[in-house]
Design a protein around this ligand. Structure first.
Ligand SMILES: Cc1cc2nc3c(=O)[nH]c(=O)nc-3n(C[C@H](O)[C@H](O)[C@H](O)COP(=O)(O)OP(=O)(O)OC[C@H]3O[C@@H](n4cnc5c(N)ncnc54)[C@H](O)[C@@H]3O)c2cc1C
Length: 405
């Protein structure tokens, strides 16, 4: 088939790769000048099987994980209300968890098959500042057991053996070691897989914004600044937070919001003072990860706010948590990258992977705070569906039909 993929974030790149493996003629259209320039640019990089990063924070937090910022639109307020309701019901958890496990397997298979070399480290520790923090997470531990996640409860002493650079000045109770979790550089992987896909014949049209999609007489798309429509056998929407706008014109309505998160990345000053892999500060919902010769601190989930404007308190929290755990690890005087990214998210937190209901139009979007962890599995499962095959994992409950509920 002749297929257009809209968007070259981690979801679009993995989708294009899997479709090209199946022998399709694939073109990726991306409005930015390169792949992984938006939400996939500087995320924490945590890949946790059985428990995507959203689940980790969600089950271990007693705090409200999403903060509201002004200005906030009516659409965002409605989304927030729906999200709050869905959070209590927590449908599709089993599917999200099995997609996360399948995705990690797929990530490893692609890495081995293509011999991809990108920044990676094994293991993630959830740090508990106090005994109270530990008590608060017992229900979360039960969910980890049910998800089949391999973990260990560690004392502070044992935690320090795994992460010897943890500051001696910040007391803490212990940690949960998420044994199969890992940290890996999402953007690097996306760029490498884009190159491999190009070698397989996938065309990437950068600086190319899709203005409009039509379904009259087969699926077509029109590029901004052009008048003629380009026909395809199939179009896959992987346009992140912008997907709802493209679909709205076809009468497909969905409550997709851009939930923003922040990260700072800084060069490592002294490797002995830096984390070996990833830690998550449970109380502050902040991840500190090692990516090659940089340390990245990420966190916060913000709905609303002026585009392009960073919350100063969000960035300050990241610097403070870094200082608490790894003071002196990073060079903060210059070369620090402060970043705000928009996670495309549906109120129930699950991605949309599958048919759209419009013949020839397919969806792979809305992966929220776990897009990297879910990308390789979502892409393979969608390619199987498009080929008329049953995916290797159960996608029931992750399709568009659930939005009618
Ligand atoms: C601070 C932070 C930390 C995170 N940490 C983690 C983590 O540890 N683990 C994890 O799994 N996930 C994490 N995430 C989430 C993850 O980064 C996202 O879920 C993922 O990047 C979403 O990928 P995407 O391809 O859907 O979106 P994007 O990367 O935004 O890609 C969509 C692409 O579509 C393009 N596009 C949009 N409209 C058009 C159009 N009309 N025409 C052409 N192109 C278009 C955009 O330019 C963009 O490049 C984090 C996110 C943030 C913000």
């Amino acid at each position: 088939m002749k297929i257009a993929v809209i968007g070259a974030g981690i979801i679009g790149v993995t989708t294009a790769y899997e479709l090209s493996r199946d022998g399709h003629e694939v073109t990726v259209l991306e409005r930015c000048g390169a792949a992984a320039e938006e939400a996939s640019f500087a995320n924490a990089g945590i890949v946790a099987p059985g428990m995507p990063s959203r689940e980790i924070s969600r089950f271990f937090s007693h705090r409200h994980p999403i903060r509201l910022s002004l200005p906030i639109s009516a659409h965002e307020l409605v989304w927030f209300w729906k999200w709050h309701r869905a959070r209590r019901l927590d449908r599709n958890r089993a599917q999200r968890q099995s997609l996360a496990s399948y995705s990690r397997e797929r990530l490893h298979r692609i890495t081995a098959d293509l011999k991809l070399d990108y920044e990676r480290s094994e293991g993630v520790l959830m740090l508990l500042r106090s005994e109270h923090d530990s008590k608060m997470m017992q229900a979360g531990l039960q969910l980890l057991r049910e998800a089949g996640q391999d973990f260990k409860e560690l004392s502070a002493l044992d935690t320090r053996k795994l992460e010897p650079a943890l500051s001696p000045d910040t007391p803490f109770f212990g940690a949960i070691q998420l044994i199969d979790a890992e940290v890996a550089n999402c953007r690097q992987f996306a760029l490498l897989l884009k190159n491999e896909s190009q070698r397989r014949g996938v065309k990437f049209a950068f600086n190319t914004e899709v203005a409009h999609i039509s379904s009259a007489g087969g699926v077509t798309l029109t590029v901004a600044g052009e008048t003629s429509a380009h026909p395809y056998d199939a179009i896959v929407i992987c346009a992140g937070a912008n997907s709802a706008r493209l679909l709205g014109a076809l009468g497909i309505k969905m409550a997709l919001a851009a939930v923003h998160g922040y990260s700072i990345s800084a060069p490592i000053r002294e490797p002995l003072n830096a984390p070996r892999s990833g830690i998550i500060d449970r109380r502050h919902q902040v991840a500190i990860t090692r990516l090659g010769n940089r340390v990245r601190v990420s966190g916060l989930a913000e709905l609303g706010g002026a585009p392009g404007q960073n919350r100063a308190d969000a960035l300050q929290t990241l610097y403070r948590v870094l200082h608490d755990w790894f003071p002196g690890a990073a060079k903060l005087s210059s070369g620090v990258q402060e970043w705000k990214g928009a996670c495309p998210m549906l109120p129930d937190g699950a991605p949309l992977v599958g048919a759209s209901g419009v013949p020839g139009l397919w969806l792979n979007l809305g992966h929220g705070a776990s897009g990297w962890a879910l990308s390789c599995g979502s892409a393979r499962a969608l390619a199987d569906l498009m080929a008329g095959k049953a995916p290797e994992m159960d996608l029931n409950g992750l399709g568009i039909e659930r939005l009618a509920r």
